[in-house]
Design a protein around this ligand. Sequence first.
Ligand code: DX5
Ligand code: ZN
Length: 219
Amino acid sequence: MVIISPSLLSCDFAKMGEEVKRMEDAGAQWMHIDVMDGHFVPNITIGAPVVKSLKKEMNSVADVHLMISDPLKYAEDFAKAGADFITFHVESDSDPVETINKIRELGCKPSISIKPKTPAETIFPYLEMVDMVLVMTVEPGFGGQSFMADMMPKVKTIREECERRGLHDMYIEVDGGIDTNTISVAAEAGANAFVSGSAIFKAPDAKVIISELKEKASV
Ligand code: DX5
Ligand code: ZN
């Protein structure tokens, strides 16, 4: 199944609750929530209290993307706030195995992410332990950047490795610059969960663009 996860980073922060509803009514199954600490990335966004308030209004899956230096320290706050998936970066300061175990113990689905310069093989040791791999298709930190098509071989490599190991249910998510043009190549490479911020929130009709994204990702 094709999953569309609108990145709330591109929504009107004064209307977040309404924007979540609007995205759900338009057919989005997940909501992507970008958490940035001004340290791992040069930007600061939102924290666990915001996720907690949003979650009360949400019917979709809370897809929390931690772009923070110490995910091990903060995983509990986000789990308690209602996160479903918790994605952290292999490039962070936290030990990956400890962080994955912690997220799992907290009752959430662990997901590991790689930045554009990090090779696919870096996350191979953790594949059996996670429910999702997030391949960044822009440098993390900001919405509205251009899709890096040269990340597609990494998506392909990870999908092939998952298949080889029998991990057929793995979600491979791509994040950054996904629109109705770029989503097809990402799907062909093996991605099945798609974060899209500016393309969705800029579109005049969310339902139309989300349907189009789903259709173009169905390979
Ligand atoms: C970037 C974030 C993305 C971003 C995607 O650091 O992780 O989720 O909001 O936005 P677009 O789709 O505009 O590239
Ligand atoms: Zn993100």
